[in-house]
Design a protein around this ligand. Structure first.
Ligand SMILES: Nc1ncnc2c1ncn2[C@@H]1O[C@H](COP(=O)(O)OP(=O)(O)OP(=O)(O)O)[C@@H](O)[C@H]1O
Ligand SMILES: [Mg+2]
Length: 260
């Protein structure tokens, strides 16, 4: 795909953004005519300098921001047109690993992951904290898959950074999503732990055939794990290329003028 905006939903994609623009209330144009399509099982890494609009893009894709113009399509449905239960269902199919979605510190790792299951229940059930056995099994399964069995009943605020990050990933996986959106899921981890956690996310995403978009600061890590790289610069799509076509010169141009 060339670095131009898509203007119609790609029907083979699970997640599409067409001519997506987003302006914050203070007038900052964070995204300008961005197009993106992600197929099931595809891993897309978003790269770009600080302030390029990466987090804004993730928030639009996740339905947390409504685009100023343009459209986000989940499975061919315009997210902005969905209301009520239909919207809740669509968003429940979207697993998020965002830094600001902190864990509940005093709650156990397992309880934090069970929160991922509540999105599939009517609000009244969530409010009553009724936990079905099936949900518990899925939550435990997600924690096992990220290697946190021994920490299952530990309080989240007693876990290490890497363990907490893996709880957040388990919570997103427990949602059994079709789409996985991760905004700097391994920021603040040492490089080795960061790489191990990202490897784990990618392996699980491939296993589950999730359409996956990751924002990563580490270009080396991104080019190692992604199928495609999307370069964002000043809110615009700089490039969208298979990883084999992304070389050091292209990355240098993307980050030109930035301390990396
Ligand atoms: N709430 C907000 N109100 C106004 N402007 C905002 C707001 N949040 C972000 N911006 C601006 O929008 C632009 C894109 O921000 P965004 O957070 O999407 O960048 P980013 O690529 O994620 O950067 P970083 O790599 O530093 O996380 C920036 O110019 C930023 O200052
Ligand atoms: Mg950001």
């Amino acid at each position: 795909m060339s670095a131009t905006a898509l203007h119609a939903a790609d029907t083979s994609a699970r997640l599409t953004a067409t001519a997506l623009s987003y302006r914050y209330p203070d007038g900052t144009q964070a995204l300008d005519d961005v197009g993106l399509a992600v197929a099931p099982g595809e891993i897309v890494a978003v790269l770009g300098p600080s302030g390029a609009g990466k987090s804004t893009l993730m928030r639009c894709l996740a339905g947390l921001h409504s685009p100023t113009s343009g459209t986000v399509w989940h499975d061919g449905t315009d997210l902005a047109r969905l209301r009520g239960v239909a919207r809740r269902r669509a968003l429940a199919r979207c697993g998020l690993v965002f830094q600001e979605f902190e864990l509940v510190g005093p709650a156990t790792a397992l309880s934090n992951v069970l929160i991922g299951r509540l999105v599939h229940q009517p609000p009244v059930v969530s409010l009553l904290h009724l936990v079905r056995r099936a949900d518990r099994e899925i939550a435990v399964g997600a924690l096992l898959r990220v290697g946190l069995e021994p920490q299952l009943r530990k309080r989240a605020d007693t876990l290490s950074g890497g363990q907490r990050q893996r709880v957040a990933i388990a919570r997103a996986l427990a949602q059994q999503p079709d789409v996985l959106l991760a905004d700097e899921p391994v920021a603040n981890l040492d490089p080795r732990t960061a790489a191990a956690v990202v490897d784990q996310v990618v392996a699980l995403a491939r296993e589950e055939n999730l359409a996956t978009v990751l924002n990563l600061h580490d270009t080396g890590l991104a080019t190692r794990i992604a199928d495609r790289i999307v370069g964002l610069r000043a809110g615009r799509l700089a490039f969208d290329k298979p990883v084999a076509e992304v070389d050091a010169a292209l990355l240098a141009e993307l980050y030109a003028g930035e301390e990396q």
